[in-house]
Ligand binder design. Structure first.
Ligand code: HEM
Length: 540
């Protein structure tokens, strides 16, 4: 079934009509379907036979060749499943840079002609990511995302019966008014947009989301079409998901290009368009990238801000849903985590003048939530282990022999040849029973360790939810702090129950994405504000 849980119930459908596709599908006879099914299989075997590639020993050496699908299969052609030891190879042997270039051209759509400019400032742009992982740049974005979460979480639900007054994420998550203190809503769709709004505003400034309110949903459509774009399918491909991915990417370019023009104007002391305001909440990181682009005379259409926007949005927003779901599904665990985070995720009574009271306020201490709440962090790591299924891809730059992991029963060596591509699906390790007991079970305390002084801490061990090597996620510290603050804030402010009391909490199947999976079905919940200490006497 097509998953469409993030679509608004009432939004206008601005997509191309699908009637042509429906009529083609209805005309498919059983013979055509059989030919479509058997054809590719025959071609695979023929290609294998004709290319006569040996799968045995290579040139009489002890190292084996690895099985490879034919070269023409998009994206996975010449790809192999292989244990993590490849990650320990030097960049001069297994390279990440050619893969990044493919992503830049095919996926992000940056013109090939800008290669020389990127070559010239590759290290400079990369070193900015290094700064983003440290203070002051990291602290700057975190401070902003923390304060946005403090404002947004208490206002996440409006409890109003009129659709027009709902927050944008409530509309997309099909909020249903129950009473003035209870709402029914889809948990994933809501958390995804709340996180997206927070992260984009913290990094790119709030004017971007205000000027381009469809930015998040365009990013989801772009992400959904990732494989079509990577396979190089053009915009006129007669396949609706590919066309939609191209359309979404054009919309994203329009937004980011517009912002780059405004940032250029600001730097040059020229008037900035009215809708951009002062641009004083754009992060230092984005300002520095703009400086590099201007210094190296990048045209607006050559600038790669989509390569920041896309990873900023897609993974953390889904991870917050999974972590919350696993915690809420175990009420004892939810109570334990609430007690642990209480000193660092504080809800305070709002000001009162006469009978009018302000809404309660939320205070989040993201640093302590990450460093002093081991149970919270352990559930974050466990949610990542179960739902992040990333692949790292490398190009072999010179022939190399790789030894298989020593814990394997059939340890062996494999020969990789120059020019081949390597795909490393990290989930194989993260769900391997040799390393993780009951690998499919959510075990909230799996990553807890006891320190020498007897206090509890966490150790992420060997999991690789952020990939590895030089391409390892550059936003991982920001992501962890932001997700932990969001989960703690939501747990402390809201009381959330599964809508179907009989079925209770159901952990949905996962739909594989580029890293963190999407749920196959969203989780419908009933949400109320929690009753806080100062309210208890009034209610009793
Ligand atoms: C839970 C959240 C996140 C997860 C699980 C995650 C996971 C990943 C993975 C698997 C990769 C590819 C690694 C590889 O190819 O080996 C990656 C790359 C990247 N991520 Fe994240 N990510 C998360 C959040 C973020 C955030 C919030 C940002 C902020 C900008 C970010 C920025 C990046 C960037 C820039 C790269 C590309 C690195 C490069 O090519 O050098 N990520 N991420």
């Amino acid at each position: 079934m097509e998953d469409d849980f993030h679509e608004p119930l009432t939004a206008h459908d601005s997509r191309p009509p699908f009637s042509i596709w429906q009529s083609i599908l209805t005309r498919l006879t059983p013979n055509i379907i059989l030919a479509l099914f058997l054809g590719p299989i025959l071609i695979v075997f023929l290609t294998r036979y004709l290319s006569e590639r040996s799968l045995g020993n290579d040139d009489g050496k002890k190292a084996r060749r690895v099985w490879m699908p034919p070269y023409w299969i998009p994206f996975v052609g010449h790809g192999i499943d292989f244990p993590g030891s490849v990650m320990s190879q030097k960049e001069s042997v297994v390279q990440f840079r050619p893969m990044a270039r493919t992503d830049y051209n095919k996926f992000f759509g940056i013109p090939k002609s800008s290669k020389a400019k990127y070559d010239k400032c590759w290290d400079e742009l990369n070193s900015l990511f290094g700064y983003f992982m440290k203070d002051p740049q990291l602290g700057d974005v975190l401070k902003r995302s923390n304060s946005l979460l403090e404002q947004t979480i208490p206002q996440m639900i409006s409890f109003v019966d009129s659709e027009i007054d709902l927050q944008p994420w409530e509309r997309y998550a099909s909020a249903r008014y129950i009473s003035n203190n209870e709402t029914e809503i889809y948990l994933c769709a809501m958390m995804r947009d709340v996180m997206g709004h927070t992260s984009v505003s913290a990094m790119f400034g709030s004017a971007l989301m205000e000027a381009y309110p469809d930015l998040l949903h365009d990013t989801y459509s772009f992400d959904k079409g990732m494989y079509y774009l990577l396979a190089g399918l053009p915009w006129f491909t007669p396949w609706p998901p590919a066309i939609m991915a191209h359309m979404a990417r054009s919309n994203l370019w329009a937004a980011l290009d517009d912002q780059q023009r405004a940032l250029d104007a600001l730097a040059e002391g020229k008037p900035v368009g009215y809708s951009w305001g002062q641009l004083d909440d754009v992060s230092e990181f984005i300002m520095k990238r703009n400086e590099v682009y201007r210094k190296h005379n990048f045209e607006i259409k050559e600038r790669g801000e989509l390569s920041v926007l896309w990873p900023l949005i897609i993974n953390s927003s889904l991870l917050v849903y999974w972590q919350l779901l696993y915690i809420l599904a175990d009420p004892e665990l939810a109570d334990k985590i609430r007690a642990e985070v209480a000193p660092y995720a504080i809800v305070e009574q709002g000001e009162s003048i006469g009978k009018i009271s302000e809404a309660p306020k939320l205070k989040l201490d993201h640093e302590s939530l990450s460093k002093r709440c081991p149970h919270l962090r352990s559930t974050y790591l466990e949610a990542l282990r179960l739902t992040s299924k990333p692949w790292s891809v490398r190009k072999v730059a010179s022939d190399v022999t790789i030894s298989q992991d020593k814990m394997s029963d059939a340890a062996a060596s494999y020969m990789l040849h120059k020019g081949e591509y390597i795909t490393l699906p990290h989930e194989l390790h993260m769900t391997d029973p040799k390393y993780f007991q009951d690998p499919d079970k959510f075990e909230p305390e799996r990553f807890l360790v006891t320190k020498e002084d007897g206090t509890l801490s966490t150790d992420a061990g060997t999991i690789r939810p952020y990939g590895g090597g030089p391409s390892m996620c550059k936003g991982r510290i920001f992501a962890e702090r932001e997700c932990l603050a969001a989960v703690a804030g939501v747990l402390m402010f809201w009381d959330i129950k599964a809508v179907d009391k009989k079925a209770g909490w159901v952990i949905p199947k996962q739909l594989k994405m580029s890293a963190v999976s999407k749920p196959a079905q969203d989780t419908r919940v009933r949400i109320k504000r929690r009753v806080f200490d100062w309210e208890k006497d009034t209610i009793l």
